[in-house]
Design a protein around this ligand. Structure first.
Ligand SMILES: *Cc1c(COP(=O)(O)O)cnc(C)c1O
Length: 497
């Protein structure tokens, strides 16, 4: 798949820098949504994750592609498309050749040559399969690249990173697979002992690499999560507070993750006839990361008719978009656990952009939310959101009916998260001439019980991971005490230089 010399020349000529005054010697700068953290370059935001003022980093301005430039992307391989879409975001931190090399290796881990293939279910409805990565969830698309970005930047700055996280399932396995065997990164993933499914635990504990540390902790997920938070604020541990380790998270507040997700919106829309024809997307949403990447694609010039935000009964985003009321309730556990979220961290990025990019006002709005767990969107935010977003709340019955319909009418198996997106897509009332693409965020075999309940059939794991239950597991069991966990991390992590 190595591009010929003439391919690279064509790519350079089509970069937005050649058309929109982004000088190649300039750096893409990122600013915080809360206005008081220092602006950073791409390398800085990748390693920092959260901004020091508590805000989230966004590019200082959205790079733009002309219609002509988008048309010229048609027919590119996923890797070459990824290079074109992401180049403006990494300017000043990575060369085009370095970016291509990282993408080639990250997307080489996917089992489908198209990386994110499209499947047609009826005249109007399409599925974008994002689950062909190593852990069968769409989080692989971003995390496989992020793991390699960490390694690349840490080599350059001769430093080490200690990733600490708590997981109740999905993110943990995708993060572990993404950094396993990478140099200069150690990962410590806490899971509540005996409280994650066998598939999810095995996807984490059968990855054997010296830098991977699975810790089974006595107690609940919330107990494990509280220990992780405490470590980030521990003066002896966290380098940001004078401690020994450069501690980082891999959650979706990291800009680099969102950036990687912008690519598949372009990939799908180009296949559906963009820029000539508009496409709508339906996105099963939790933390608002995946669907925010769609918003970014639209800001860059991709013609998107609507972004449908699909939630389950944990519907804070649906209420916010439909009525302007962003108020957190308590989480109801559902069959789509990755969407069981009451506070969607990335929503702040949208509100900042729609509110005129006023960091001080955003900081004020978020202070109010943090104090009362509720806030009202401003008129500018509501009207801005209504131009591009629609939303829907899909309950258990709606989810099951989407799974049954797809299975009976198309012989196609949806996972519970994708089923919520698909039901929202069918209900959204998009004009029949506009294709609707639902993002399939997980392989159905990750949620066999829910799929079997709705369709009567138990999905089997793809053959490449079919030996999951024969592989040897490795994990450390620790008591539910912070000191035991901090002590373990100190013994096994590499201090920051
Ligand atoms: C993480 C996840 C989601 C939600 O994605 P966000 O970016 O948090 O909105 C949806 N489905 C699955 C399967 C996931 O793992």
């Amino acid at each position: 798949m190595a591009p010929s010399a003439s391919d690279s020349a064509a790519i350079t000529a089509c970069l937005p820098s050649a058309h929109h005054g982004f000088n190649a010697r300039l750096t893409m700068k990122y600013i915080s949504t809360r206005g008081s953290a220092p602006a950073l370059d791409f390398e800085g935001v990748t390693l920092a994750g959260l901004a020091s003022d508590g805000g989230l980093y966004v590019p200082e301005a959205w790079p733009q592609f002309s219609e002509h430039e988008i048309a010229a992307m048609s027919g590119l391989s996923y890797v070459e498309l990824a290079v074109r879409v992401m180049t403006p975001f990494v300017e000043g931190s990575l060369t085009v050749e370095e970016l291509r090399d990282l993408c080639t290796r990250a997307y080489g881990r996917f089992s489908h040559a198209a990386v994110t293939p499209l499947v047609q279910l009826d005249q109007q409805q399409w599925i974008l399969e994002l689950f062909h990565g190593p852990t069968l969830a769409f989080k692989d698309v971003a995390l496989q690249l992020l793991g390699r970005l960490f390694e690349h930047f840490l080599k350059q700055s001769d430093d080490h990173l200690t990733i600490v996280g708590a997981t109740s399932g999905d993110t943990g396995s995708a993060a572990i697979d993404a950094v396993a065997g990478r140099e200069r990164v150690d990962i410590f993933m806490l899971h509540p002992k005996g409280r994650v499914s066998d598939v999810q635990r095995r996807q984490m504990t059968t990855v054997r690499a010296p830098n991977v540390h699975n810790l089974a902790i006595e107690g609940s997920f919330d107990d494990a999560q509280a220990m992780v938070k405490r470590m980030f604020n521990d003066d002896a541990m966290a380098a940001s507070r004078g401690g020994k380790y450069r501690i980082s998270a891999v959650n979706s507040i990291n800009w680099a993750r969102l950036m990687a997700q912008v690519v598949y919106y372009f990939a799908a829309a180009l296949q559906m006839g963009a820029p000539r024809r508009k496409v709508a997307f339906s996105v099963p949403t939790g933390n608002f990361g995946d669907v925010f990447a769609g918003y970014v694609a639209a800001q860059m010039g991709l013609p998107i008719e609507k972004l449908i935000v699909a939630t389950n009964v944990n519907d804070i985003l649906h209420r916010a978009l439909a009525t302007g009321d962003y108020s957190a309730g308590t989480v109801t556990p559902t069959a789509a656990p990755s969407m069981d979220i009451q506070v969607s961290s990335n929503f702040e990025r949208l509100l900042f952009d729609l509110g005129g990019r006023d960091g001080a006002a955003m900081a004020e709005q978020m202070r109010g939310f943090e104090a009362s767990k509720a806030m009202q969107l401003t008129n500018a935010q509501r009207e801005g959101a209504a131009r591009l977003f629609a939303s829907a709340r899909v309950d258990q019955a709606g989810m099951a009916s989407a799974m049954t319909w797809a299975s009976e009418q198309c012989g196609y198996v949806l996972d519970p998260h994708t089923a919520i997106g698909f039901q929202a897509a069918r209900e959204a009332g998009i004009a029949a001439s506009t294709p609707v693409v639902t993002l399939a965020t997980a392989h159905p075999a990750k949620f066999p019980d829910a799929v079997e309940r709705a369709t009567g059939m138990r999905p089997s794991l793809p053959t490449r991971v079919g030996d999951l239950f024969e592989r040897t597991e490795a994990f450390e069991e620790l008591p539910g005490e912070y000191e035991a966990v901090a002590d373990y991390v100190s013994k096994h992590a590499t201090p920051s230089s």
